[in-house]
Design a protein. Structure first.
Length: 99
């Protein structure tokens, strides 16, 4: 599945919910992470939207209107890797609890 990651300034985090009110966007897989939880020293949050090309295109249109920064391919890959590592770590922790 394809994905896009947006960088959202902390003061604009409340606008993320406005983007998710769109029916098409809300049906995509959506993850939001604070930069500090990913060990990134910036005052932002990241929104990863994974899904159909049509859904991603709509998310990009809305994000552009809200002045969210779409990450380029390289930066998007770096942030996605950190998100996946965090998800894997959480899954490993659950495995140890319920092992």
């Amino acid at each position: 599945m394809t994905y896009v990651i947006f960088e959202v300034k902390t003061k604009d985090v409340g606008k993320i919910n406005q983007m998710l009110k769109d029916d098409l966007v809300s049906r995509q897989s959506i993850l939001t992470r604070d930069s500090s939880s990913l060990s990134i020293d910036k005052d932002v949050s990241y929104v990863k939207i994974e899904g159909s090309k049509k859904g991603l295109k709509k998310a990009e249109e809305i994000a552009k209107d809200m002045k969210f920064k779409k990450l380029n391919k390289k930066k998007s890959g770096e942030v996605n890797k950190k998100i996946e590592e965090q998800e894997d770590s959480a899954a490993d922790g659950m495995g140890m609890i319920f092992g």
